[in-house]
Design a protein around this ligand. Structure first.
Ligand code: ZN
Ligand code: ZN
Length: 299
């Protein structure tokens, strides 16, 4: 699995930072989280394919997170896209996309399925081959959602077992991969005796929100916690007033969650250099990285 940061600014883009968008490549497909203005071009520069994107998850309807969407939809038609595209977003997403399409005469060569999420608590909103997506409502000035990519646990079959019973390539091994006990040659084999469980990777993506108590649980044990850190703690009051978090607050979530790594993003344009913000966050959570446009993390 590879995570690519396509935009790490907040409301204003800078010379080095574009508006928010994060791409997760998993197997043959890609998932896009937010689609700020200029995301199409960032995808090209990153060497990724827009046609591989099967799902777009929108955190909320503020321009910095969605202004790239109409262009993406239109270009996909011009590229003769035929694959279905799924868009997930907060309540009102259907109407807003209809309005954008109408205003900009966006035609579609493919099926567009819009999933409106009206969440009260954490919910599994999508299950697919090898992973599921969870979502939770957060607190911002408009309805906003944080997402989590959770890979399914896998079972690695012990080589010695396969060799001993001459089972190389045998279809019964599929059952073990699915997490089931098997009976072979009249003998029962328990899953736990012949496999090693490999826990799935977890990536939590928390965009615009104030600090809220539900977030550490949502991000619990994440391999990667990607979190907005718009302001320094020196602007704590301003941060809350605008429905955002300081880097220190984000670091506290990472610490409470027991995350393995924290990546901060969505920086205010006032920070030309984010090294002070990094120090601030690291005083709470050591393994903090500051996102940059086109930064890639493989997990
Ligand atoms: Zn934002
Ligand atoms: Zn916002």
């Amino acid at each position: 699995m590879k995570v690519t940061f396509l935009g790490t600014a907040s409301s204003f883009p800078t010379k080095d930072r574009n508006h928010p968008a994060i791409l997760i490549r998993y197997g043959p497909d890609s998932l896009l989280f937010d689609c700020g203005e200029g995301t199409q071009r960032q995808i090209r520069i990153a060497g990724e394919s827009p046609m591989k994107i099967t799902k777009i998850f929108l955190s909320h309807w503020h321009g910095d997170h969605v202004l790239g969407l109409p262009g993406f939809l239109q270009s996909s038609t011009m590229n003769r896209r035929s694959r279905t595209l799924h868009i997930y977003g907060p309540a009102g997403t259907k109407e807003r996309i209809q309005d954008l399409r109408k205003a900009l005469s966006v035609t579609l060569s493919y099926r567009l399925v819009i999933h409106e999420l009206d969440l009260k608590e954490t919910e599994v909103i999508d299950e697919d081959d090898g992973y599921k997506i969870l979502a939770i409502p957060v607190k911002h000035s408009v309805p906003t959602i944080a997402y989590c990519f959770q890979e399914n646990d896998r079972y690695r079959i012990d080589k010695s077992f396969v060799k001993k019973h001459n089972l190389q390539g045998h279809p019964i091994l599929d059952k073990l991969h699915e997490g089931k006990d098997i009976t072979y040659d009249g003998k029962k084999f328990k899953l736990k005796d012949v496999t090693t469980e490999v826990p799935g990777k977890k990536v939590a993506i928390i965009m615009d929100t104030e600090q809220i108590v539900t977030l550490p649980k949502f991000a619990k044990d994440a391999d990667l916690l990607i979190c907005e850190g718009t302001f320094s703690n020196k602007l704590k009051d301003k941060s809350k007033e605008h429905g955002h978090m300081t880097v220190k607050q984000a670091a506290r979530i990472a610490k409470k969650a027991g995350a393995k790594k924290l990546v901060l993003t969505h920086f205010s344009q006032r920070y030309k250099d984010v090294s002070e913000l990094k120090k601030e966050a690291q005083s709470v959570f050591k393994n903090t990285v500051m996102a940059k446009d086109f930064m890639e993390i493989s997990i």
